[in-house]
Design a protein around this ligand. Structure first.
Ligand SMILES: Nc1ncnc2c1ncn2[C@@H]1O[C@H](COP(=O)(O)OP(=O)(O)OP(=O)(O)O)[C@@H](O)[C@H]1O
Ligand SMILES: [Mg+2]
Length: 234
């Protein structure tokens, strides 16, 4: 479904990601793991079309999308839920969700998609009139995922959806990610929470200093001594 080959991204002189290749197949949950500054968000932004200085190749459903503008990628169902949620803090939950429906197809399906979000997150239904910036971190994350779902994703890229959240809500978000897959939405999950991500992912990639240092099935990574020692603390 998504294949990136030999991507390099630069911010001025900084070579942020180096020769990164990865693949996400239809129906998978693929985890992209790594510590701070390893290049996770840069990889996602490259896929979304938000990095200017980039080389390499990006294929989506067999089509090379290197030159495709970001809004066109969104129309094709390639949706990013950005790091830090990026809600409109002074708008209500419902208004934030509506903002997700900016393509023509999504606008036509607005009510249907809103119902789907409320089914997945009954909390958002209860709080639909609340000002988004006044909600808890976990609620804001649900709203951000909900907003992503309003744009009819086929492949959703979640950039650190559990960062800074309490264990109970982290568990809830991971359960929701499984449900997304059951709804026929393919998931690229960007996380620092290696242990829990590997529990729900089919396959995973480990980034370090802008390079992929390990890839394989989630079970392979869980069994790998490097990953155990470096990232799982066992
Ligand atoms: N807009 C930017 N301008 C300059 N340098 C940047 C920019 N965005 C990211 N970088 C640098 O690129 C490198 C990779 O950053 P990136 O945000 O991709 O890492 P990350 O793995 O997502 O980290 P985190 O877990 O902290 O979100 C870092 O060294 C960062 O400082
Ligand atoms: Mg990041």
């Amino acid at each position: 479904m998504l294949k990136i080959k030999g991507i390099n991204a630069y911010y001025g002189d900084l070579h942020a990601i180096k020769d990164v290749s990865l693949e996400v197949k239809h129906g998978e949950i693929v985890a992209l793991l790594g510590v701070n500054a390893s290049g996770k968000s840069t990889t996602v932004k490259s896929i979304s079309g938000l990095i200017e200085n980039l080389d390499g190749e990006i294929y989506y459903n067999g089509e090379c999308i290197n030159e495709m503008p970001a809004n066109k990628r969104t129309e094709l169902g390639l949706i990013q839920v950005p790091e830090g949620r990026q809600l409109f803090p002074f708008l209500t939950v419902r208004e934030n969700l509506e903002m997700g429906a900016f393509t023509k197809e999504a606008r036509n399906k607005l009510n249907e998609n809103m119902e789907r979000v409320f089914e997945l997150f009954p909390e958002m239904k209860k709080k639909e009139k609340q000002i988004a910036g006044t909600m808890s971190g976990g609620e804001q994350q649900m709203c951000a995922i909900g907003r992503g779902l309003m744009s009819n994703p086929k492949l959703i890229m979640l950039d650190e959806p559990t960062l800074g959240l309490a264990p109970l809500i982290v568990k809830k978000i991971f359960n929701i990610i499984r449900e997304l897959r059951d709804m026929n939405i393919t998931v690229l999950l960007i996380e620092q929470n290696v242990r829990q991500s590997l529990k729900i992912a089919d396959r995973a990639y480990m980034l370090s200093n802008g390079k992929i240092i390990k890839e394989g099935t989630a079970l392979d990574l869980m069994d790998s001594n490097d990953i155990k020692q470096g990232y799982l603390g066992v």
